[in-house]
Write a protein that binds this ligand. Structure first.
Ligand SMILES: NC(=O)c1ccc[n+]([C@@H]2O[C@H](COP(=O)([O-])OP(=O)(O)OC[C@H]3O[C@@H](n4cnc5c(N)ncnc54)[C@H](OP(=O)(O)O)[C@@H]3O)[C@@H](O)[C@H]2O)c1
Length: 279
């Protein structure tokens, strides 16, 4: 129950209506009898600064930011943790004595999700579609683990920026997202991480790539979960975006509450809400 002294966390993004983060956090808080609540807010690009000021004024203990705010928020915060600074994107903000501090749990959340499926993300050939906030975090972590990463993005300049800002030992290259680059990338890679909001199966159809040319590719990891992918079997297997969602949420919990997150409880909160496991 929300009371006068409930500590509040929030989610800022656009869109946010599809987000399962409120389910994960509120169910977990309730089950652990923690006097805390997590509220989603639809925040447009123009309103991000005011929304962050509102979090300060209203004393939120922390908040998550999602699409499209993960890079725009950098200059609004008081301080960045080293990892978020290196990545150049933030998805978790904590209130501290020295102001609002930005963290990034997307990259580590994705790595944990991959490992939980038995995929060891080191020394592999990996295609990353998209070059936004999530891609920045993923490419940074994958390159740190010595993977060879090729970024394919609609806007070439953004892909270049992500590649140029990555400092890990793994080789990072980039190309425009097009029929030939995606087809070739899917043939040659161990894993495709799709950080665009469009499911990989839809991109393959939109780019008129013959399904037979790409069906036997590496693992497919779509990050977006708001559009159900077309049920066509692509690749060696699929990594669920929901596995990553719970891992990155657990890492945010750890930052906010300064204690180990109840991962199994957070995961089962979402499984119970959905009525079925995603694996
Ligand atoms: N499962 C999870 O835990 C998790 C965690 C983080 C993010 N996500 C999801 O990942 C997605 C990306 O998040 P983000 O924060 O990185 O967003 P973002 O910063 O807005 O970046 C989105 C990227 O997708 C590309 N894109 C957008 N629409 C496209 C289209 N129609 N065709 C091709 N490319 C397109 C953009 O290309 P341009 O550069 O050309 O604009 C951009 O590079 C969102 O759906 C988000 O919900 C999921």
């Amino acid at each position: 129950m929300i009371k006068g002294d409930t500590k509040v966390y929030s989610l800022y993004g656009s869109p946010v209506a599809h987000s399962f983060s409120p389910v994960i956090f509120n169910t977990t808080f309730e089950k652990l009898s923690l006097n805390r609540a997590y509220l989603p807010f639809e925040v447009s690009r123009e309103n991000l600064k005011q929304a962050v000021e509102a979090a300060r004024t209203l004393g939120f203990d922390g908040f998550n930011v999602t699409m499209p705010h993960k890079t725009a928020i950098l200059e609004i915060l008081d301080r960045l943790d080293k990892n978020a600074e290196e990545i150049g994107a933030v998805n978790t903000v904590a209130k501290t004595k020295s102001g609002l501090v930005g963290y990034n749990t997307d990259g580590e959340g994705a790595i944990r999700a991959l490992r939980s499926y038995g995929f060891q993300p080191n020394n592999k050939r990996i295609i990353v579609l998209g070059a936004g906030g999530a891609a920045q975090a993923l490419v940074h972590c994958l390159s740190s683990e010595n993977n060879t990463v090729r970024i394919l993005n609609r806007t070439l300049d953004k892909a270049r920026q992500v590649a140029d800002n990555t400092t890990g030992p793994g080789r990072v290259s980039y190309e425009e997202l097009a029929k030939s680059s995606l087809e070739k990338g899917m043939e040659d890679s161990d894993l495709l991480v799709n950080t665009t909001p469009i499911p990989t199966s839809t991109l393959v159809s939109q780019l008129k790539i013959p399904f037979n040319n790409v069906k036997d590719t590496g693992w497919i990891f779509d990050l977006a979960y708001d559009q159900p992918p077309k049920p066509i079997p692509l690749g060696r297997g699929t990594i669920s975006p929901l596995e990553m969602l719970v891992h990155q949420a657990a890492l945010s919990y750890q930052i906010w509450l300064n204690q180990r997150a109840p991962f199994d409880l957070m995961r089962s909160s979402l499984v119970d809400y959905l009525g079925k496991d995603w694996r």
